[in-house]
Design a protein around this ligand. Structure first.
Ligand SMILES: [Zn+2]
Ligand SMILES: [Zn+2]
Length: 225
């Protein structure tokens, strides 16, 4: 076995070597924003990012800090290292259980059909399916992405939100009505995507939307107002 992060040889069934385990620890074991789950300097305070912004998403939690796991998440997304989904899912499931995030079903942030054909898989769907097996909660596909959005990186939050107008559509309103939905995404940055999807789910009668991501950018890295 080799450590998935530094490739050093390890003699256990773990994904990470002892050094990387220390480096890549669960956010919930340290200080994080009580609402959006990002790394913060002090525990149980609200970060500046979500205080005035994340209004549709009731609660967010992430397994890891993006600054520590960027390499691994990029490998999963762009190099097709699908096996890494299992590593992230295992830790996301840990957070779900430890934080008692009870939901009625799991869903994931979709890609447009065109983009998924090109990439051949949707990493958020892989994460959702893998978590589903661990926590024994069904995955229901209730959202479709109907409009391609330009790359969000480098854009301000306001522009990101504008980009996403009309991008998502709820395709199974019956399944959503009165339910608590566990929404899976890979990375939480400004939260514009999650807010956009959560807004649609709430409009379709969802009681609560809980966002669970593989990693999140710490508060200080989120730019733009
Ligand atoms: Zn390592
Ligand atoms: Zn926050």
């Amino acid at each position: 076995m080799r450590c998935i992060n530094c490739r050093q040889e390890i003699f256990s069934e773990e994904y990470l070597c002892a050094d990387c385990q220390k480096e890549i620890s669960l956010i919930i074991d340290g200080n994080y924003c009580a609402h959006c789950g990002r790394v913060t300097k002090a525990k149980e305070t609200y970060c500046l990012t979500c205080k005035n912004f994340m209004v549709e998403t009731d609660l967010c939690r992430s397994a890891f800090d993006y600054t520590k796991t960027a390499k691994l998440i990029k490998k999963l997304k762009y190099d097709g290292a699908k096996w890494l989904a299992e590593f992230f899912a295992k830790n996301m499931a840990k957070v779900y259980i430890k934080e008692e995030l009870f939901a009625d079903f799991i869903t994931f942030v979709p890609m447009t059909e065109k983009k998924q054909k090109k990439r051949k898989f949707n990493q958020t769907e892989l994460l959702a399916n893998s978590i589903s097996t661990i926590i024994n909660l069904p995955v229901v596909t209730v959202i479709e992405k109907i409009k391609e959005t330009p790359a969000q990186a480098g854009l301000k939050r306001k522009d990101r939100l504008e980009n996403l107008t009309g991008a998502f559509k709820v395709i199974d309103k019956q399944a959503v009505l009165g339910k608590t939905v566990l929404l899976i995404d890979d990375v939480l940055t400004t939260g514009a995507t999650a807010e956009s999807v959560a807004k649609k789910l709430k409009k379709s009668g969802a009681k609560k939307v809980i966002l669970l991501t593989a990693c999140s950018a710490p508060d200080i890295y989120v730019k733009g107002e």
